[in-house]
Design a protein. Structure first.
Length: 201
């Protein structure tokens, strides 16, 4: 039976992102960057992450990050030329790289569609529950997060989910069923991520 969009009742068209390598290549690059980062760089990024959790992006300064990381402001600038914008981008890339560094081998080892979904959805929900950055941003700066999950911006999320999940889902689904499956999974994950259920383990 064909998987169809829960909104339109029709199978969504394949997205441009799904037919290229831009998104997967970016994730591969973030994962490689995470794996190659030395201990001092990871400490700085994790210090920035803690500051963002504590105060939010707008209220976090380079001085805050330097103090949290136990280094000088000049060290932060040398490590992240471009200032706070670069630091924030590095925090995001670090989180994505860390996530896929741990998850990719498990996804590749999945022997069935059920195993793949259990591994992938479970990892996403654990990340949403255990990583304090997203809840903190929703609390302190909802205008930076919520617009990306509203109706008129959902297509971008579906494009991303399609591109990221396609190499794995195509092992078990026909290519034309990956996009609607990725959309359905994204909707489910977002629902539980923003409104966790006590009964879900």
């Amino acid at each position: 039976m064909a998987i169809v969009s829960p909104v339109t009742g029709a199978a969504p068209p394949a997205s441009p992102a799904a037919t290229g390598l831009a998104v997967p290549a970016a994730i591969v690059a973030m994962t490689a960057s995470y794996e190659a980062a030395d201990a001092s760089r990871r400490r700085l990024v994790e210090a920035a992450e803690r500051c963002i959790v504590r105060w939010g992006i707008r209220k976090t300064s380079l001085d805050d990050i330097a103090r949290e990381g136990g280094v000088s402001r000049a060290t932060v600038y040398r490590a992240f030329p471009g200032g706070k914008d670069r630091v924030v981008a590095e925090v995001g890339a670090h989180a994505v790289g860390r996530f896929f560094h741990a998850l990719s081998p498990e996804l590749s080892a999945a022997g069935s569609l059920e195993d793949l979904l259990v591994v992938g959805i479970g990892a996403l929900l654990r990340e949403a529950a255990d990583n304090p950055v997203l809840p903190s941003m929703v609390e302190h700066e909802p205008d930076l997060v919520l617009p990306h999950v509203t109706f008129h911006r959902m297509a971008g999320l579906f494009d991303l989910a399609d591109a990221v999940s396609r190499p794995h889902l195509e092992r078990f689904l026909p290519p034309d069923q990956v996009r609607p499956a990725a959309e359905l999974l994204t909707r489910c994950v977002l629902t539980f991520a923003f409104r966790p259920a006590d009964w879900l383990d």
